[in-house]
Design a protein around this ligand. Structure first.
Ligand SMILES: *[C@@H]1O[C@H](CO)[C@@H](O)[C@H](O)[C@H]1NC(C)=O
Length: 405
C-alpha cells in the first residue's frame, strides 16, 4: 500500500473508500473520519456484496449508461480534481436533470464497487496492475545474489516494455541456468511488483510443464485448455504475465498455441494490450557454468562476464537442441525471444547471503557461524574446486530450520 495521495490506493476495497469518502455527504457517513477508520469501514462494507448482486447490477447498468458517465465525471472531479470545470458547465447547462440524491446511495455504492472491481479507479487504469518498477529494481538489488546480468537485463527489458506506449509485440524473456540460481525467484518478483496480487493475480498465469501438461498423449486437450486460458487472460487484463516453468519440457505442440500471442501484431489494430512471457529452463545451464568457471580459473571477477559471451553460448546450445525438436529452442529459431537472461552458478558466499535473507524473512536472529553452517550443508562442484553450489540457493530457507532454537 502506498502512502500520500489517495491515488496510491491499490485494492478495490480501497478504491471504494475513496468513493465513500467523497460522497459521504449523501448519506450518514461523515467526512471527518481518519483514513485508517475509513479504510477499515470500507473493507467491512465491501464484504457483503456478493457476486450475484454484482451480476444483477451489471445487467441494469446498460440502462443507466448516460447517468454513469456523469457520475464518473463527478467522481473524477472529487477524487482526482480532474474535469471539474466541465462538470460544472454541463450541470448548469443541463439544469437539474442530473442529481445524485435521486439515484440513491445504496445504488451508487454498488455501482462504484462494480466499477472498482474492474479497477478503473487506479493510477495505472487497473487496480490489479501496479507496475512498481522501482520496487522491482530495489528488491532485485537486495535479494537476488550473484546475478549481475540477470538483474540488469530483466530490469532493462521490463522497464523498456512498460514505458513503450504501444509495444509491437509481447515481451518474451528466456531465463537460463541451473536450478536454485534464482529463475523462479525473479519470475515471482516480477509478478509481485507488476501485480497487486502477485502470482495470485488473475492477470498472471503460471504453467509448469510437467505439472500442467504431464502426458504427451493428451497434448491435444492441453492445447485447447492452454489456448483458452491465455486468450481469456489477455481479454480480462490489459497487461498479462505468463510464466512457463520447466520450459525445456514443454511439448512443441503447446508452443504452437502460445506463438500467436507472442508474435508481432501487424494487423494495425489499435490494441494496447500488453503481455509478458517468461520461459524458465535449465537449458544452457552447463554452458553458463563453464563460462563462469573459466573466468574464475583465469582469476577474473564474475562481474566481468559479458552478456555477449553468454548469449552466444546459449544460442549455440539451443540451436543444437532445436534439432531434437525441443519446443523451447524453437522460440529462438523463430526469433520470438527478446532477451536471454543468464543465471550464473552461485558460490559459497552467495549461499550465505540467501541464508541470511531466510533468517531475516522469518524475523530470526542469525550469526555468521549459522550462515556458514547452512552454506556448508550444500554440495559444491566441480570436485576439485568446490566452487559452485550444485543446488544454488534451493531449499536454503528450509535448511535454516535446523538452527532455530
Ligand atoms: C514498490 O515496491 C517497494 C519495494 O518492495 C515498496 O517498498 C513500495 O512501497 C512499492 N510501492 C508501491 C507504490 O507499491
Amino acid at each position: 500500500m502506498g502512502r500520500g495521495t489517495p491515488l496510491s490506493c491499490l485494492g478495490p476495497a480501497c478504491c471504494l473508500l475513496l468513493l465513500l469518502g467523497d460522497y459521504g455527504a449523501l448519506g450518514s457517513r461523515g467526512k471527518q473520519r481518519g483514513p485508517l477508520e475509513e479504510r477499515q469501514s470500507a473493507v467491512t462494507e465491501a464484504a457483503p456484496w456478493g457476486r450475484a448482486r454484482y451480476e444483477a447490477v451489471k445487467k441494469q447498468l446498460g440502462a443507466v449508461g448516460a447517468l454513469s458517465k456523469q457520475y464518473w465525471q463527478y467522481l473524477a472531479c472529487k477524487v482526482w480534481q480532474e474535469g471539474c470545470e466541465k462538470e460544472e458547465e454541463e450541470k448548469t447547462s443541463r439544469g437539474p436533470g442530473w442529481s445524485l440524491p435521486l439515484v440513491g446511495q445504496d445504488y451508487l455504492e454498488i455501482l462504484s464497487a462494480w466499477y472498482c472491481s474492474f479497477g478503473k479507479c487506479c493510477k495505472t487504469g487497473d487496480c490489479r496492475i501496479i507496475n512498481n518498477i522501482t520496487g522491482l529494481e530495489l528488491d532485485l538489488h537486495e535479494q537476488l545474489h550473484g546475478q549481475h546480468l540477470a538483474k540488469e537485463v530483466v530490469i532493462r527489458a521490463v522497464r523498456g516494455f512498460l514505458q513503450s506506449p504501444q509495444p509491437q509485440k509481447a515481451l518474451v524473456l528466456s531465463f537460463h541456468g541451473w536450478s536454485g540460481t534464482g529463475k523462479n525467484f525473479v519470475a515471482r518478483m516480477v509478478a509481485a511488483h507488476l501485480y497487486r496480487d502477485g502470482l495470485k493475480s488473475e492477470c498472471v498465469r503460471v504453467f509448469i510443464a510437467l505439472f500442467h501438461f504431464p502426458h504427451h498423449k493428451y497434448v491435444d486437450s492441453y492445447k485447447v485448455q492452454l489456448e483458452k486460458q491465455i486468450s481469456e487472460t489477455v481479454q480480462l487484463c490489459e497487461q498479462s504475465l505468463f510464466i512457463f516453468d520447466e520450459a525445456e519440457k514443454l511439448h512443441s505442440g503447446l508452443l504452437d498455441v502460445i506463438k500467436p500471442f507472442m508474435a508481432r501484431s501487424d494487423k494495425g489494430q489499435q490494441d494496447n494490450r500488453r503481455s509478458i512471457f517468461l520461459f524458465l529452463s535449465n537449458i544452457g545451464g552447463s554452458a553458463i557454468n563453464e563460462v563462469a568457471l573459466d573466468f574464475w580459473r583465469a582469476g577474473r571477477a564474475r562481474e566481468e562476464i559479458p552478456m555477449e559471451l553468454l548469449e552466444q553460448q546459449l544460442r549455440l546450445e539451443m540451436l543444437q537442441l532445436a534439432e531434437n525438436g525441443y519446443a523451447h529452442s524453437r522460440l529462438l529459431e523463430e526469433n520470438l525471444v527478446d532477451f536471454f537472461v543468464p543465471f550464473l552458478p552461485l558460490e559459497y558466499h552467495h549461499v550465505k547471503l540467501c541464508a541470511r535473507d531466510a533468517f531475516l524473512a522469518r524475523g530470526l536472529p542469525y550469526t555468521e557461524a549459522a550462515l556458514d553452517e547452512v552454506a556448508r550443508m550444500m554440495v559444491f562442484v566441480p570436485k576439485e574446486e568446490k566452487l559452485f553450489s550444485a543446488q544454488g540457493c534451493k531449499s536454503v530457507s528450509q535448511r535454516i530450520n535446523y538452527f532455530i532454537p
